[in-house]
Design a protein around this ligand. Structure first.
Ligand code: PMP
Length: 414
């Protein structure tokens, strides 16, 4: 890696940044440097406009009204689903279920598919670098069913040991649930290979795509996964919206997750007939505005171009790794060969919480803590890390500012 090569001007980050109102502000008197995108990205104007338009013109419920407003809202809500389907290259819109986010998507699979497919002595395989939301639902399910939770280990660079995965696989394996990109380390996992190996023993594969979908093109059919979870708020979309991709054949035989209105086609006191896919999994009035905003976010990402985003961010991440790596006393945590989005580190002699506060005073927003991945912290023997996480609107100056601010913090603690 070298800092000498200029980042190719594939993206006009200055122009893109201008479309994000929240990025225009001063924080503690300094221009905001936003490097907390793995927690939540910012919202561009077209997404805000889509939300406003719904609330100002189309506000009404979906799927139920014959009146003009309800029809407009329904059209926009369903057209957003189509955009997510195309974004993921899912075969059909019925394979996209709206959820509140990746957490709810995973809980849906654990509660519905898991409860009907897992028995005593079966295995669920996850990895050593999962977010809590891809650990705890499986732990609860395994406890309930008397099944075993197996964990693919990783090396000190933060790369999964695929040969160990091979030895965990057996006919007892029912589901393999892994993250495509680690939120704590930035590692990109070989999920295509992981899914193929799961299928070879008759298991299904869930990919937690919360940190992948914002940074690279996703093709669920090419990945060969059975389930894919994502969160809108990490992809320039509103909070409170996400999606679960699931293969139709699996969804068709899965029992409802939640029940009530909209997930039924008929109800009597004797018998309820469930609605068609995907509505069977969308009980109650959904997050209508957020789904419409999510459609606008997908349009926005497509306009910037997912290939462009991936290429630009790869070079920016390399620049950031070099810049931070040159700081005396800074230890990077997570040095996998294939990384996206995230640079985690600790600085000798400064607790991450103190570092985060000092950086905040200099207008730099990033995350300090365990990043909802406590097993990763335990693996590295730390209680917390400092994490800089990028989006396509970040640039080299953001890392220059971060590096300067870390040097200032070191002087304070010297
Ligand atoms: N998985 C990963 C890898 C994540 O980074 C996150 C969010 N930090 C989640 C799952 C959960 O996403 P949400 O909180 O949006 O449901």
């Amino acid at each position: 890696m070298t800092t000498a090569t200029a980042v190719p001007d594939r993206l006009d980050t200055k122009a893109l940044r201008a479309e994000f109102p929240a990025l225009q502000q001063l924080v503690h008197g300094r221009p905001l440097v936003y490097l907390d995108n793995a927690a939540s990205s910012q919202t561009p104007r077209p997404v805000i406009d889509a939300l406003l338009e719904y609330y100002e013109k189309d506000r009404s419920n979906v799927h139920r009204g014959v009146h003009e407003l309800s029809q407009r809202a329904t059209d926009k809500y369903e057209s957003a689903r189509l955009r997510v389907q195309q974004f993921l290259n899912a075969a059909e819109p019925e394979e996209v279920v709206w959820t509140r986010g990746a957490t709810e998507s995973i809980n849906l699979v654990a509660a519905s598919w898991g409860r009907t497919h897992l028995g005593a002595g079966d295995d669920v395989i996850i990895s050593a670098m999962e977010h809590h939301s891809n650990i705890v639902p499986w732990q609860i399910l395994c406890q309930e069913k008397g099944a075993n939770l197996r964990v693919i280990p990783m090396n000190v660079a933060g790369e999964l040991l695929v040969s160990e995965y091979d030895s965990l696989l057996s006919p007892r394996t029912k589901i393999v649930a892994v993250t495509q990109v680690s939120n704590a380390l930035g590692t990109v996992n070989p999920v295509q290979e992981i899914a193929a190996k799961a299928h070879a023993v008759g298991a299904v594969c869930l990919v937690d795509g919360a940190q992948a979908a914002p940074h690279m093109p996703v093709d669920v059919q090419a990945l060969g996964c059975d389930f894919f979870a994502l969160s809108g708020h990490k992809m320039c979309g509103p909070t409170g919206i996400g999606a679960l991709y699931a293969r139709r054949a699996l969804l068709e035989e899965m029992p409802p997750y939640q029940s009530g209105g909209d997930m039924i086609s008929s109800v009597s006191f004797e018998k309820t007939v469930y609605n068609d896919l995907p509505y069977r999994f969308e009980a109650g009035t959904p997050m209508i505005a957020a789904a419409i905003g999510m459609g606008a976010a997908v349009d926005y990402l497509n306009r910037v171009g997912m290939d462009q985003i991936a290429a630009y961010e790869a070079e920016l991440l390399a620049y950031g790794a070099d810049k931070l790596g040159a700081i005396q006393g800074l230890r990077p945590i997570g040095t996998a060969k294939d990384k996206a989005g995230v640079l985690s580190f600790e600085v000798e002699g400064i607790h991450p919480a103190d570092l985060g506060t000092i950086l905040d005073r200099q207008g730099i927003a990033l995350r300090v803590g365990h990043h909802c991945a406590e097993p990763v912290m335990q693996f590295y023997g730390v209680s917390a890390t400092t994490r800089a996480s990028i989006a396509f609107y970040n640039d080299r100056e953001d890392f220059d500012a971060l590096a300067d601010a870390i040097e200032t913090a070191k002087e304070i603690f010297a």
